[in-house]
Design a protein around this ligand. Structure first.
Ligand SMILES: NC(=O)c1ccc[n+]([C@@H]2O[C@H](COP(=O)([O-])OP(=O)(O)OC[C@H]3O[C@@H](n4cnc5c(N)ncnc54)[C@H](O)[C@@H]3O)[C@@H](O)[C@H]2O)c1
Length: 283
């Protein structure tokens, strides 16, 4: 399965980053997004990512130009018929994903693999929306895709083994490290981190000091970044949505968000992006 042309549906934070790493691997990329302003936002995010890469000595200005030339933005889905591979990265909303995948199935060629970058839905359900489950699987990239090495590859029972193998090969070509993950809510990383984060948030809600909780876990478990610092970075609204989704899908009390945490999020303290969460940032 030679991949020369990749279509990424949804040119947001993840779609743009995935497009960039594919272009870095010399793949022609079409980023498809239907929202007003999304193309400009995606182009400026790409520019910021590339400049960051140049500043840190990760890519040369010449390579950045090559990447720019391989990326194209479209506000319709026509290019799907030319794709050798498709990655869906639209909003984490089942109705939106369902409609996008149904439309994609009318345009994508029969044996072309389609991957979803969903974080919280089971892949099997999205495979049913797409309608050709043998050529459908999950490829869960981490944010920001240019920097994060891991991709969880999530086949369903119906995914053809050669499609899973091709997903591994594509990740490696993009300089990523693919790991097989089971098709369960949260896959591996969000499920394990969700449980640790919820337990740490509970300790905080019971009176624990954020810095003491984080540094204890960093030192005691050898983690690079404690769970509350990580939650502030992810965004506490996103963290709450992840916990709610895991709780709703699994029924495990371990994913229940404490009331004090819900109050924190509802008061607008969303972590780094709002200047305050478990910690205060800036001035
Ligand atoms: N942000 C993260 O940290 C992260 C990490 C891993 C996976 N994910 C997953 O990646 C996916 C995208 O997340 P994101 O953070 O990039 O979101 P985002 O909001 O930054 O981008 C989503 C993009 O999809 C576009 N879109 C919405 N409906 C569309 C449609 N019908 N057709 C074409 N484009 C459409 C939007 O205009 C937007 O540009 C979600 O499934 C999310 O769960 C996110």
């Amino acid at each position: 399965m030679e991949v020369r042309t990749l279509c990424v549906i949804g040119a947001g934070t993840m779609g743009t980053g995935i497009g960039q790493v594919a272009a870095q691997a010399e793949i022609v990329v079409h980023l498809l997004d239907n929202a007003e302003g999304s193309v400009a936002r995606s182009q400026s995010l790409l520019q910021k990512n590339l400049q960051g890469g140049i500043d840190r000595g990760k890519i040369t200005p010449e390579k950045a130009d090559e990447i720019r030339q391989l990326l194209h933005w479209e506000t319709n889905y026509d290019r799907l018929s030319e794709a050798d591979w498709v990655i869906e990265a639209v909003f984490e909303d089942m109705a939106v994903k369902d409609s996008v995948l149904r439309q994609a199935a009318t345009l994508v060629r029969d044996k072309v693999p389609v991957a979803t970058n969903t974080s919280t839905f089971v892949v099997k359900e999205l495979a049913a929306s797409y309608g050709r489950p043998a050529h459908f699987l999950g490829m869960h990239f981490f944010n920001p895709p240019p920097a994060m090495k891991l991709v969880e590859v999530v086949p369903t029972e119906e995914t053809l083994p050669e499609v899973t193998d091709a997903a591994f090969a594509l990740c490696e070509r993009m300089g990523k490290t693919p790991k097989l993950a089971p098709d369960i809510p949260g896959f591996v990383v969000d499920r394990a981190y969700g449980a640790l984060a919820a337990a740490s948030i509970e300790v905080w809600a019971l009176g624990g000091d954020p810095e003491a909780i984080d540094s204890s876990i960093e030192m005691g478990l050898g983690h690079k970044m404690g769970p509350l610092r990580t939650a502030d970075l992810v965004g506490l609204d996103v963290m709450l949505a992840v916990l709610r989704s895991l709780h709703q899908q699994t029924g495990h009390p371990r994913f229940e968000a404490p009331a004090k945490f819900i109050e924190l999020v509802e008061s607008g303290k969303l972590g780094r992006k709002s200047g305050e969460g478990f910690y205060r940032y800036g001035g």
